[in-house]
Every structure is written in C-alpha cells, then in structure tokens.
Design a protein around this ligand. Structure first.
Ligand code: PMP
Length: 375
C-alpha cells in the first residue's frame, strides 16, 4: 500500500493507513446521522455502533464493555489518568511519549525511571522510587514508539502494587503489534489509540480496572458514563472497533515482519559496520526499526529518502519536521551525534518485503554518497 504510486509509506508508528474494511464502516456510519444520546431511532442506531465497537474492544483486551471509555486518542487518555491522580507522587519512565512526560511535568515534578542502553526500564530503580514515594501513580508504556522495545510492564505493575501505587500503561504502540491482555498486565488503566492499528485518527480509549473512579478531564455531558463529556465520535469509534476486530490479521504476520526487519537491519550492517540499531538486544515488536546512519543527520536523510520515494521519520513523529534531540535516545544514554543521525522505519498491513529491500538499498547508497561526514 503506498500513498502515491511511487512512494513507500514506512511510517506506521506515526500513523498506519486506515484499512479498507475500516473505511467502509466509517463511511457507512457517516452516512447515517444520529447523536448516540438521542432516544429516537437515529440516535439508537448511532448508539448501537458505539456499543458494538465498545464490545469489540472489551473482547480483544479481556475486559467488560463498561470498562472502556472512548476518548479523542491516547493523548487524552494519558492526560485523563495523570490529571485524575495529580495529588499522588508521579513515577514515569524516561522514555514515555510526550503526552505522558509533558503532562506529568505540567502537573508536578515526576520521578523518572532510568532506562538502559537497550531502551529497557530499570526495575531496580523503579523499586527505589516506589520505596521513596509510596501511594504513587506509575505510568509505563508497553512498547516504545521510537525503538519498538517492549517494556516489562507486568513485572513493573506487580512491584508497584506492593507499594500501593496506581499503575497506568500507555499501550498505544503495543495494541496492534503484540498480544495484549489488560488483566494479565496487572495495570489499573491502559491507553489505546485507533490510528496506530489501521483505524482512524482522533479516537482512542482508556480502559479502567474495576474499582477505580477517576475524575474526568472533560466536563459538560453525561456521555461515556460521565467519564468523558462530549458528543461521541460515532464514525471514528465504529472504525476503531472494526480495526480492533481485524488485529489478528496483523498478529498473524508477526514472524514474517520480524524476518523482514531482521533482513533489513542485516543488509545495513553488512554494508556499513558502524550502523547502530537501537534496542537491538532487547525484545522488540516486529515492525519498528530505529537505525543511525553514521555521520549523516536525520533531516538530510529524511529529505533524501523522501526524494527517493520513502516516507520514514526521525524518532518520534510528533517531533518530526523540526530537528530535536530525542528524549528517548537521550534517556538511553546515546550521544547527540548518534541521536541526530537516526531514522525510524515502521511498517504494517500494507507493506511488502520489497519495500524494505528497496529502502535498504537506498540507505546504503545515501551513506556511500555522504562522504561519511556529519553534515
Ligand atoms: N503514546 C504513544 C506511545 C504514541 O506513540 C502516541 C502517538 N504518537 C501517543 C501516545 C498519542 O496518541 P494519539 O495520537 O492517539 O493522541
């Protein structure tokens, strides 16, 4: 699947293309007007779409439908949790997405869990922070959006519970890329976003364990069991539900995609010994690879790849367009030069093996042309 006949879209971690079956559901929902809160037939039909999606999401993550609160995306879900527990000490990992990191900073002074050079959180450090800050709120992501490294959330949650913490997991990048079981993770809250898994942008969910009553972030209506005011985004929610129903298609390709990623990285390494693959020694999801091209800045690479017909990104997509040093790679102890020469390749349901092979070839050519100077 390409955005234009010639371009390879390899930026699924920024946003995945919407699956055709999802587009059909969204178009159908848009064609039938109705406010899900209205009591008449139009309203009931809209409500049915919302509840169908809620059931699909509940089934996928092994929770009850009543535990799923729809939001405008993972950013809002993350904000909701941290805002609700703003009076507790906050413990977040050093590699959280800006929607956790900046929110925690805006609300107070978070304690930050160290990560190692492979991009994995340091559980011993988490325990030190928990000991010093009992009854905290802990937020740890399931999969890092830049490196694809899976975090030991289950272990961290079990530990945090011993110290009376409330535990939140931002599962945005894990939800469509690995098997996720809310109960199995042992967390109290989990954030999801539709557009990373073949659904539309602007819709997500917060899953809340039984027994927790959070104060809402947004007031002004009784929607979502008074947890999130505002007319429901019926078409978006319906598309989200359909995308979640289709996740097994992607999970079935995990091994295949890991083999494509490994072949891609192996080709780069064979051509350029000093290439750095971030998180290479940790467990990663299959379809994300963050690699540094020695001596070539990522903005130079992004432009060159764009011209060559490849859409990739530099680290976090939310900061692409301007060159900023990735806080994730900084937390991993990487120097500026390495950080500023890294690009993220991420793919998924519409990608073919040939696209990664072509990118590897283009990557090697660009490196050879660069004269290996940091320009
Ligand atoms: N968390 C992570 C890990 C992400 O990758 C993103 C998307 N960049 C978000 C949260 C924010 O999600 P949304 O775009 O749905 O607000």
């Amino acid at each position: 699947m390409t955005s234009s006949p010639k371009a390879s879209y390899l930026d699924y971690a920024a946003t995945a293309p919407v699956k055709p079956q999802v587009i059909t559901v969204i178009a159908d929902a848009l064609a039938c007007h109705g406010n899900a809160s209205s009591v008449h037939g139009f309203g009931r039909s809209a409500r049915e779409k919302v509840e169908h999606a809620r059931h699909a999401i509940a089934k996928r993550y092994h929770v009850k439908p009543g535990q799923v609160v729809f939001t405008s995306g993972a950013t809002e879900a993350n904000n909701t949790v941290l805002n609700a527990y703003r009076n507790r000490p906050m413990i977040i990992s050093g590699i959280e997405h800006a929607s956790v990191r900046q929110t925690a900073q805006a609300l107070g002074t978070p304690h930050v869990i160290a990560v190692d050079g492979n991009g994995l959180i340091n559980i011993n450090h988490l325990e030190e922070l928990l000991k010093a800050n009992p009854q905290s709120v802990v937020s740890i992501m399931l999969v890092n959006n830049e490196t694809g490294v899976m975090q030991p959330v289950r272990e961290a949650a079990a530990l945090a519970k011993k110290y009376g913490a409330v535990v939140h997991c931002d599962a945005t990048q894990g939800a469509g890329r690995m098997v996720v079981d809310f109960k199995g993770l042992g967390v109290d809250m989990m954030s999801l976003s539709a557009h990373k898994l073949g659904g539309p942008q602007g819709v997500g969910a917060l899953i809340i364990a039984d027994g927790h009553k959070l104060s809402p972030l947004i007031f002004g209506g009784s929607q979502e069991s008074r947890m999130r005011a505002g007319t429901e985004n019926v078409a978006g929610i319906a598309g989200f539900g359909r995308a979640v129903e289709l996740i097994d298609e992607d999970l079935a390709k995990t091994e295949l995609w890991a083999s494509w990623r490994d072949a891609f990285e192996a080709r780069l390494k064979a051509a350029v010994q000093e290439v750095t693959v971030f998180g290479a020694n940790a467990a990663r999801v299959a379809a994300i690879s963050l690699v540094a091209m020695p001596g070539v800045r990522n903005d130079t690479q992004l432009m060159a790849f764009d011209l060559a017909g490849f859409a990739v990104s530099s680290g976090s997509a939310c900061s692409s367009g301007k060159v900023t040093v990735s806080p994730v790679l900084q937390a991993m102890g990487m120097g500026d030069e390495l950080t500023l020469s890294s690009i993220r390749v991420s793919f998924g349901w519409g990608t073919s093996a040939g696209e990664l092979e072509n990118l590897a070839q283009s990557w090697i050519q660009l490196y050879q042309r660069s004269g290996k100077k940091f320009v």
